[in-house]
Design a binder for this molecule. Structure first.
Ligand SMILES: [Ca+2]
Ligand SMILES: [Ca+2]
Length: 516
């Protein structure tokens, strides 16, 4: 098969090995195996020693990845799945704690690359990026940029909710009140890219991703949504594509490679699922969807994409005539903040409905908001094929409109699709058909869920906002193995790596793992 003669000296092999893996991984190889890296100088053809070397390299690459490649929101390509084993079932602040480290507040998730854990936070006008030693929790560095403006944020959001993206060379963080900032893994600023201001009543929350040498960030807001791609090393803009018609959203993109010919950036927006050519930013196809705000991450399942949006078939808001009849005290045909703030369902969302910020809601603004979440919604499986432009209805393989969560993204793990929603409602689905396999509750954790489910080692981890982490035995007929009480608020999706569960609470990053 491999006919090409390959120049492959021992020196090169060792050099490659050193680059590919830390010394700790190299040392796992017995000396007898290391000795077999010696072979005749000069060009070699395919032979057993070469096969052995390549096998070792592949093994080491895999070991290196298993060590820590939870490099973005929800880990590998947003899937929420880690391939390593040895994960704990039971843990608490006093059980199976490898380490715990106090950190300032932020709702972003931790990410882990190699031996470094990165996170973001905010304190006053300081927008913080920190780095811990993922093995010990020791603080390695903390850096700050000053917020350049104050962006409003809803009570469930905060200035440090976007999760950073990292690779071996460092980390890229996004703050809506600043833009992007890139640090190397020793905490030195590599580049910054100012972005914003953004018009998003609830605040921004979409996270950047890194794919190879490209950083991508989606900024969906009410005054000119866009997706931007930057050079990983320099921060220089590679392309920027406007997302017309897209209003506020909080989802994080992923990269879809259904075949070897191209890579598509998949972006779930408030009213469209879009695919862009990752290299150029050109739009390839789109599917109209409806949502109460796009969140989470799309998932890939072979040639099929899976998304989840919570929308409605009929408007969930009353007609403008009905709210005027109830609240328009001075009969001027519009709602002032004073008149409307008492409404239990929508009063606190006044600032979102009042699109032009003149402190009055008029019919046009109300009707636009009322139409916002009506349309194609649910858990949807889409097979785009080689489509261009708007996808035909036949591209939708199945759609389910039951038990759909608002904030947590779905999970696809070992051939089963999972959702968790408010009330601890857990649903497993056949990803081929959309058929519900099992639905039930985590009886010990019935609260609210913001964190997305993650999985590894035959287990699914579900973290509720009140700090209870349900561990499921994965499978169509999933079972609750444990409900772990962490005793502090959890908004962030946990990170997984090398048998460790990294959980960020209000003031602490915990690393849970069985002692090995
Ligand atoms: Ca009025
Ligand atoms: Ca207005």
């Amino acid at each position: 098969m491999l006919k090409t003669k390959i120049q492959f000296s021992e020196q090169t092999a060792v050099k490659v090995l050193r680059q590919l893996c830390p010394d700790s991984a190299l040392s796992r190889f017995p000396k007898s195996a290391a000795n077999q890296f010696t072979y005749q100088e000069g060009p070699i053809s395919m032979n057993r020693s070469f096969v052995f070397v390549v096998s070792c390299l592949l093994l080491i690459v895999n070991v290196g990845r298993a060590d820590a490649q939870w490099a973005r929101f929800r880990g590998p390509n947003g899937s929420g799945v880690d391939a390593s084993v040895g994960y704990p079932v039971e843990f608490s602040p006093t059980t199976n704690v490898a380490w715990k480290t106090p950190v300032p507040y932020g709702q972003s998730s931790p990410v882990v690359v190699g031996t470094r854990l990165y996170g973001t936070a905010s304190e006053g006008d300081r927008l913080i990026t920190f780095c811990l030693d993922a093995r010990s929790g020791r603080k390695l560095w903390r850096r700050e940029v000053r917020r350049e403006r104050v962006q409003g944020a809803y009570k469930a959001n905060d200035p440090a909710s976007p999760t950073p993206a990292a690779d071996e060379s460092g980390v890229v963080a996004f703050f809506a009140e600043f833009g992007l900032v890139s640090y190397n893994n020793d905490g030195q600023v590599r580049w910054t890219s100012r972005l914003g201001p953004f018009k998003n009543f609830y605040g921004m929350a979409g996270s950047p991703i890194i794919d190879g040498s490209t950083v991508v960030l989606v900024c969906d807001h009410d005054a000119g949504s866009f997706v931007i791609a930057l050079d990983r090393s320099t921060g220089r803009q590679r392309w920027k594509t406007a997302r017309p018609g897209m209003i506020i959203g909080w989802s994080t993109p992923m990269v879809f490679r259904p075949d070897a010919t191209h890579a598509d950036l998949i972006v779930l927006g408030s009213n469209r699922l879009d695919a862009y050519d990752l290299a150029s930013g050109a739009q390839r196809w789109w599917l109209p969807v409806a949502s109460g705000g796009a969140m989470g991450t799309p998932l890939a399942h072979g040639d099929t994409l899976m998304i989840s949006t919570l929308g409605s078939n009929e408007p969930s808001m009353p007609t403008f005539a009905a709210v005027l009849a109830q609240y328009d005290k001075n009969k001027d045909g519009r709602l002032s903040l004073e008149e409307f703030r008492a409404d239990a369902d929508f009063g606190e969302h006044f600032g979102w409905i009042d699109e032009n910020d003149d402190k009055f809601i008029v019919a046009q603004e109300w009707n636009k908001t009322r139409a916002y979440d009506v349309g194609e919604w649910g858990a949807i499986a889409v097979r785009p094929g080689n489509a261009r432009g708007q996808l035909e209805p036949g591209a939708i393989r199945w759609r389910l409109q039951k038990n759909i969560p608002y904030i947590p993204a779905p999970l696809l793990y070992r051939g089963v699709y999972y959702m968790v929603k408010t009330g601890g409602i857990i649903t497993s689905i056949d990803p081929a058909t959309g058929r519900i396999l099992k639905q039930g509750r985590s009886p010990g954790a019935l609260g609210e869920y913001y964190a997305s489910p993650v999985a590894a080692d035959g287990k699914v981890y579900l973290a509720s906002t009140e700090g209870k982490i349900t561990v499921l035995k994965a499978g169509a007929e999933w079972e609750v193995l444990a409900v772990n009480e962490i005793g502090d608020e959890i908004n962030a999706t946990p990170a997984l790596g090398n048998g460790r569960v990294y959980v960020r609470t209000r003031g602490t990053v915990y690393c849970f793992g069985t002692s090995r």
